[in-house]
Design a protein. Structure first.
Length: 350
């Protein structure tokens, strides 16, 4: 039975509550399944090629760096949902071309003010003079620097790339008349205004930032889905760069401690760093994003059912202590069949 997650018109927004890699792609795919009987006018994405999202469909793995997972999953299920790359998006032409070719039935609309990654952007990022950090070096930061500096060739403009499903247009998003889905890239604690500066990304990673990038008013926000994981990760260090610190209530551990095969980052393929859960981080993200649903993922990394129940109870206790009224979605693995909802305050019957 489909859950009544999407009764409201407006923008339904998915955001990460930690340092990224919480399974937003998997959750977006699961949410697309729950929404299969409803019309979503489009899925909005303001990210760039410095982050990737993974989901499964019929046992096949799909990895995206430019297109929103919700739109692609909807297409794979036989539905229609356009992909809107907003004015805040950063476009790598080669990657977008590849994904548009792989999913030719997904209508893709690129805002002319979206930033463009090119060799100049990559060289700026590599030689910016900033402290060495463990960046993906995708050129995303350099592209945004060029856009801020107002270089005429720093944005998408009116270009065409000869692919029938890619169109340049100023988005005519009408959130008070239709449903839209929005995916905010990367992780909340990587925001440029976080306490982990300079080991951060090139902008904020919150719901409000996603709406602002697409020039959508705050009143249009329908519901927020925030993804977290039992053991947060950061990208791996490099020989020249450090990916950053943890919250004061966290301890870095090893994959051997969990008896789990090491995870690799989607973009760089480096082994991720991993740490214990931080209630401080969780509360920080709750206050900034005010979610209606919290996706508690990687519960399968806990030793047994008892440990999983204890962890979920801790999440509920934090919810009560901070007077934040959200429902919980459980994640036990990478596929939609590994995800289920615990409904407490929002009706679950369509």
């Amino acid at each position: 039975m489909k859950t009544n997650l999407f009764s409201e018109l407006g923008v339904h927004c998915l955001v990460d509550g930690q340092f990224g890699s919480t399974g937003k792609g998997a959750l977006a795919a699961w949410l697309a399944e729950q929404a299969s009987t409803l019309e979503f006018r489009g899925a909005i994405y303001s990210g760039g090629p410095n982050s990737g999202h993974t989901f499964y469909h019929d046992g096949e793995k799909h990895v995206l760096k430019q297109l929103p997972s919700f739109a692609v999953k909807t297409h794979l299920m036989g539905g229609e949902c356009a992909a809107y790359l907003s004015a805040g998006a950063v476009i790598d032409l080669d990657i977008l071309t590849d994904e548009a070719t792989r999913y030719p039935d997904v209508k893709i609309y690129v805002h002319p003010n979206a930033a463009i990654v090119n060799e100049i952007a990559r060289s700026i990022e590599a030689g910016s003079g900033a402290p060495k950090i463990a960046s993906t070096m995708s050129g995303t930061g350099g592209a945004l620097m060029r856009k801020i500096a107002r270089h005429p060739d720093a944005i998408w403009g009116e270009r065409t790339i000869g692919i029938p499903n890619v169109t340049t247009m100023h988005h005519n998003i009408k959130p008070f008349e239709h449903r839209y889905f929005m995916e905010v890239a990367q992780g909340f604690s990587l925001g440029i205004n976080s306490e982990f500066y300079p080991n951060v990304t090139s902008r904020e990673c919150t719901v409000m930032q996603g709406l602002a990038d697409a020039r959508i008013p705050a009143r249009a926000l329908a519901r927020t889905y925030m993804a977290i994981r039992t053991y947060p990760i950061r990208v791996g260090n490099t020989t020249e760069g450090y990916s950053g610190d943890w919250y004061s209530d966290q301890e870095e551990i090893t994959w051997e401690d969990l008896d789990v095969f090491p995870e690799l980052t989607t973009v760089t393929k480096r082994i991720r760093r991993i740490a214990t859960f931080s209630p401080y981080q969780f509360v920080d993200a709750l206050r900034a994003n005010d979610p209606d649903f919290v996706f508690v993922n990687f519960l399968n990394y806990l030793q047994d059912k008892s440990a999983q129940r204890d962890f979920l109870q801790d999440i509920k206790d934090i919810r009560e202590d901070n007077e934040r009224w959200f429902d919980i979605i459980e994640g036990h693995g990478p596929e939609s069949s590994d995800i289920r909802i615990i409904g407490e305050s929002i009706p679950l019957q369509a």
